[in-house]
Ligand binder design. Structure first.
Ligand SMILES: NC(=O)c1ccc[n+]([C@@H]2O[C@H](COP(=O)([O-])OP(=O)(O)OC[C@H]3O[C@@H](n4cnc5c(N)ncnc54)[C@H](O)[C@@H]3O)[C@@H](O)[C@H]2O)c1
Length: 442
């Protein structure tokens, strides 16, 4: 079946609540690519190819040439933040990119000034900006955000808008009570219930504006059942949550390999140091808890103790993050993995990843924005599980366990693209090549 995909005509607006390290690195990178100064390295939508048909057909277009995606020249960026710095100033303070690279795109970045944020310190204790909206009720704040989206769209003459949350990680909350059903959430909004986080107000406003929403942080937002209901009622695509970048990316690359070879894993100790504003926010235990839950979930699914108790029944998994200012955005992670093999012999793997958080995250945000726009134009509404490739805690249908193995996630993403374009799905069975060979010599 081939989907009717609306063409990516006109301009696409990408709005980001949170114009910090990740968002500004993305914006500067796209400006730099558009000036011919850089390549969009790490962006699967821009750099990767997709195989179509049989291996022998040699059809391997770039993904951006296979499915209709917005072109990088047709993107207009905007966003909200509780600090009033324009994107050039914010990027300079984030210290991810070198000064000469920022200078080269200075004009493009200075033009982008954040809109006033919806912010509540109860959810992010370690930040204290004053560029915030003054409305006091949830309903008024939602209306103000809807007005921001409309104005951004009209002023920039945009065809479509998507939102990707690049704001700080909010404190941990359970998806219970008011978040379980839409009528309860509506009632709680009317009552100005203080359990509703700012991110959910952005998400609610986006959905009412018909704007697809991706959650790049681990806080509860579009994964709340009430919000899923709202998205389906309004025919809007949503995806979450938590960009999969440094250590978790490595985990979902290495763990499937160990599991594939039936090697046992007894312990996985992961520790990180980072010194950017994200690290400062995560230094608060309530905010760290949100991140910890997200980071812990990946191994449980890949190294499933229920399916293989002999191999993974005793797995001890620990994740730590420490705020360490001298490293800035250059996060360093260490993983110690205690594994065992034939006849129970123990072995160890050590991974020391000297990564750059925002350099890894920027292309993930770009791809998520372009693909959620594609989903919306393809009339694929509600949860977009095929984007789990980019996410630490992928959102799925109720009761459906998430798939964390990055290779299965990639296959899901590629097969989804083939499926919506009416191409054959690729199972990697490959027996047909041999059948053809047998037939040719008989
Ligand atoms: N960089 C990565 O590799 C990575 C990976 C996974 C998830 N994330 C998540 O992405 C988010 C952004 O990361 P970052 O490194 O850019 O952090 P950052 O601290 O540099 O930027 C976040 C920005 O969000 C703003 N903000 C906070 N609450 C807001 C609100 N309610 N409305 C508008 N703005 C708000 C902050 O002022 C800040 O400027 C964080 O939640 C982080 O946990 C990052």
């Amino acid at each position: 079946m081939k989907y009717k995909i609306k063409e990516a005509t006109g301009k696409l607006g990408i709005l980001m609540p949170g114009l910090g390290a990740v968002a500004t690195t993305l914006i500067a990178g796209v400006a730099s690519v558009n000036k011919g100064l850089s390549l969009p390295i790490g962006s699967v939508s821009q750099m990767s190819r997709i195989r179509l048909g049989k291996r022998t057909e040699d059809r391997n277009p770039l993904i951006k040439d296979f499915v209709p995606l917005a072109g990088l020249q047709d993107i207009v960026f905007g966003g909200w933040d509780l600090y009033a710095d324009n994107v050039f100033e914010a990027a300079s303070k984030a210290k991810v990119l070198e000064a000469h690279q920022l200078e080269a795109v200075r004009e493009d970045l200075e033009k982008i000034v954040p809109m006033k944020a919806v912010f509540n310190r109860d959810f992010v204790k370690n930040l204290d900006g004053d560029h915030v909206k003054t409305q006091t009720t949830h309903r008024e704040l939602i209306e103000a955000l809807r007005a921001d989206i409309k104005t951004f769209k009209a002023e920039n003459n945009l065809d479509r808008v998507v939102i990707v949350w690049c704001g700080s990680t909010e404190k941990y909350i359970d998806a219970e009570d008011i978040f379980t059903e839409l009528p309860k959430l509506e009632q709680a909004l009317d009552n100005n219930d203080d359990r509703i986080p700012p991110s959910m107000l952005y998400c609610y406003a986006a959905i009412l504006e018909g704007v697809p929403y991706v959650n790049g942080a681990p806080n509860l937002t579009c994964d709340a059942p009430a919000i899923v209901e709202l998205a389906l009622e309004n025919n809007v695509a949503i995806a979450g949550k938590d960009f999969k970048t440094g250590q978790t990316l490595m985990k979902t690359i290495v763990a499937p390999g160990l599991q594939a070879r039936a090697l046992g894993v007894e312990g996985w100790f992961s520790t990180n140091i980072l010194g950017n504003r994200d690290g400062l926010v995560l230094d608060d235990p309530d905010n760290f808890k949100t991140k910890e839950v997200s980071k812990l979930s990946v191994l449980e699914e890949i190294l499933d103790a229920n399916k293989n108790p002999e191999l993974y029944g005793d797995l001890y998994h620990k994740v730590r993050i420490n705020y360490y200012p001298p490293h800035g955005d250059n996060k360093e992670s260490w993983d110690n993995i205690d594994i065992f093999g034939w006849m129970g012999y123990k072995m160890q793997i050590k991974i020391n990843f000297l990564c750059r958080d925002s350099i890894l995250a920027a292309p993930v945000v770009l791809d998520l924005a372009l693909f959620i726009d594609l989903a919306q134009r393809s009339e694929m509404y509600g949860v977009q599980e095929w984007l789990s490739f980019y996410l630490k805690s992928p959102q799925t249908a109720p009761g459906l366990p998430a798939e964390h193995d990055i290779f299965k996630q990639l296959m899901k993403l590629q097969n989804t693209l083939r499926h919506i374009k009416g191409e054959d799905l690729i199972t990697h069975l490959g027996l047909d090549y041999y059948q053809e060979l047998i037939e040719s010599i008989q």
